[in-house]
Design a protein around this ligand. Structure first.
Ligand SMILES: NC(=O)c1ccc[n+]([C@@H]2O[C@H](COP(=O)([O-])OP(=O)(O)OC[C@H]3O[C@@H](n4cnc5c(N)ncnc54)[C@H](O)[C@@H]3O)[C@@H](O)[C@H]2O)c1
Length: 439
C-alpha cells in the first residue's frame, strides 16, 4: 500500500551535472567508479543509495525496498562530470597519478576519463600552501573570479544538456579560518569579493557562485566555506540545500562506531590517541600546519560530542584525545591509522583497545561522494533548502543550525537519514518502540 507523500518531489528527469572543484584522488576515484559500475566492471560497495534498503511499516509487514527504488534518485547513466583543478591533467591522467585504482581498470575507462578536462581553478596559495599548478584563472578580483565560475557553470550545463546541477568540494583542505566581519552578511561578503578581501577563501568563491545560480553545495573538506552567515543566508534565499563538512571515512568513521558503543555500556574512556601515515597529495597538503589545524578541529570535535563529558564527568571528563597525521610518501593513498584507546570498567579497572586500520582513503570516500550528489539533488527536487542535517551521516563535522550541537553518533545519523526518506514519502517514522507486537 503506497502512502501520500509529505512533500512533492519533482522527477529525476534529464541529466544531472556533477560539478567538482578539485580533481585529485577522491574525485577521480568517484568518477572512475561510476563509469566502472555503469559498465558492470565493479560494484558500488559502500554506497547506501545503490545498495541500502529502508524498512517500511511494521517488522511483520515485509516491506523493505531498496532506497533507490523508494525515492526518485538520478540514475548513474544520467550523471555528467565537470571539474576544476590547478593541474592540467585530464581525469585519466589524474587518476593514474593518484594510484588508487589499478592500471588495467583505468585502461578500460580511459576514453571517458580522458574526456574530462579540468577548468582553470580559482586558487590562492595563501589558503593551500604546499602545492601550486598552472591551470588557474587570471589574476582578477574575487568578484570577477566568482563571475567566471558562474560562466563555467552555465557553459557546462548547456554543453552537457543538464537539467540540474550539484557542486561537491573535493579540493584540498584550506588553512584554518575563523569567520570574520566580511562573512557576517551577504552584503559585506559581496563588497569583500569586489574589494578582494583576503579573508574570502577560494572555496567560498566556488560556493558563492554555485548558490547564486541555485546549485546545491556539499563540502567534502573541513574548510569553513559555507559555515558563515553570508552563505547560509544566500542558500536560504535561493532555496538551495547545502551540507558539510569533511567526509567521514577512515579513523573518524571508526570513532563514531566505537564511542557510542562505549557510552551505551557506560564504560569510561580516559585516553584516545590516533595517528596516521598517509602519502597522497592530501597528506602533503595536510603537512602544512595551517591546513592540519582545519582538519584537526573536525577530527577532535567528534568524541567530545558523542561522549558528553558534561553529563558523564566521572567517565569522560579526563579524556585525553590527540590526533596526528604524518605525511609518508611510500604509502600513497593506502593510509594506515592507529588508535590506542584507554578505557576503564567496573570499579575503574583499566583496559586497552588497539586498532590498526589499513585503509584506502579514496576507496572509502568515493561512495560518499556519490550518495551526497544523489541525495542533495533529491533534496533540491523536494524543495528542501538550507542545511540538510539528515546528511550528517556522511560528515566528520556535520553542519547544524546555529546554536544546535551536531549529532555524531553514526547509528542515530543513519536513523535520521532513513526517517527523513520515510517522511518525504509519507511513510510512518520508525521509533523502535515496538509495543504493538506484544499487545
Ligand atoms: N579521502 C578521504 O578519505 C577524505 C576524507 C575526508 C576529507 N577528505 C578531503 O577531501 C579533499 C580531497 O581529497 P583528495 O585525497 O582527493 O586530495 P587530493 O590532493 O588528491 O585532491 C585535491 C585536489 O584539489 C586541487 N585543488 C586545491 N585547491 C583547489 C582550488 N582552489 N580549486 C580547484 N582545485 C583545487 C588540488 O590540485 C588537488 O588535485 C581533501 O580536502 C581531503 O582532506 C578526504
Amino acid at each position: 500500500m503506497s502512502k501520500e507523500p509529505n512533500i512533492k518531489i519533482a522527477p529525476a528527469s534529464g541529466r544531472l551535472g556533477v560539478l567538482i572543484p578539485g580533481m585529485g584522488a577522491v574525485s577521480t576515484t568517484f568518477m572512475a567508479g561510476v563509469e566502472a559500475v555503469k559498465r558492470g566492471l565493479g560494484q558500488p560497495v559502500g554506497s547506501l543509495t545503490q545498495l541500502g534498503t529502508v524498512r517500511l511499516g511494521k517488522r511483520t509487514d515485509n516491506r523493505v525496498p531498496r532506497i533507490k527504488d523508494f525515492v526518485p534518485l538520478a540514475p548513474l547513466e544520467c550523471l555528467s562530470f565537470g571539474t576544476w583543478d590547478i593541474f592540467e591533467d585530464n581525469a585519466y591522467e589524474a587518476a593514474a597519478r593518484a594510484k588508487v585504482l589499478d592500471a588495467p581498470l583505468l585502461g578500460e575507462l580511459k576514453e571517458s576519463l580522458a574526456a574530462i578536462r579540468p577548468m582553470p581553478a580559482v586558487f590562492d596559495h595563501e589558503y593551500v600552501r604546499r602545492i601550486d599548478g598552472p591551470n588557474k584563472k587570471e589574476n582578477k578580483t574575487k568578484m570577477e573570479h566568482a563571475e567566471a565560475l558562474m560562466q563555467d557553470i552555465r557553459d557546462f550545463k548547456a554543453k552537457n544538456g543538464c537539467s540540474r546541477l550539484v557542486m561537491i568540494w573535493c579540493g584540498s583542505t584550506e588553512v584554518h579560518q575563523k569567520a570574520g566581519p566580511v562573512h557576517q552578511s551577504l552584503e559585506a561578503f559581496e563588497k569583500g569579493l569586489a574589494e578582494n578581501d583576503p579573508h574570502i577563501a577560494p572555496s567560498q568563491i566556488y560556493a558563492y557562485a554555485a548558490l547564486k545560480l541555485g546549485v546545491p553545495y556539499a563540502n567534502g573538506a573541513p574548510n569553513l566555506t559555507t559555515d558563515i552567515p553570508a552563505l547560509l543566508d544566500l542558500a536560504r534565499d535561493r532555496e538551495v540545500p547545502i551540507c558539510g563538512k569533511d567526509f567521514k571515512t577512515g579513523q573518524t568513521f571508526m570513532k563514531t562506531l566505537l564511542a557510542p558503543g562505549f557510552k551505551s555500556r557506560m564504560l569510561g574512556v580516559n585516553g584516545w590517541f590516533s595517528t596516521n601515515i598517509l602519502g597522497n597529495r592530501d597528506g602533503a597538503v595536510l603537512e602544512d600546519p595551517g591546513s592540519f589545524k582545519t582538519k584537526e578541529e573536525t577530527k577532535l570535535s567528534v568524541l567530545e560530542q558523542i561522549l558528553q563529558p558534561d553529563l558523564y564527568p566521572m567517565l569522560y571528563k579526563d579524556l585525553y584525545h590527540a590526533v596526528r597525521i604524518n605525511y609518508y610518501p611510500p604509502r600513497g593513498d593506502a593510509k594506515e591509522g592507529w588508535d590506542n584507546i584507554d578505557i576503564f570498567g567496573w570499579l575503574g579497572y583499566p583496559m586497552q583497545i588497539k586498532i590498526d586500520f589499513l585503509c584506502r582513503d579514496s576507496i572509502l570516500a568515493a561512495p560518499l561522494v556519490l550518495d551526497l550528489v544523489l541525495f542533495l539533488d533529491l533534496a533540491q527536487r523536494a524543495g528542501m533548502k538550507g542545511i540538510q542535517e539528515w546528511l550528517s551521516f556522511y560528515f566528520k563535522g556535520p553542519m547544524t543550525a546555529p546554536g544546535l550541537y551536531p549529532e555524531h553518533d553514526i547509528f542515530i545519523q543513519l536513523m535520521k537519514l532513513k526517517n527523513t526518506l520515510r517522511w518525504m514519502q509519507g511513510e510512518e517514522l520508525i521509533t523502535h518502540l515496538g509495543l504493538e507486537y506484544y499487545d
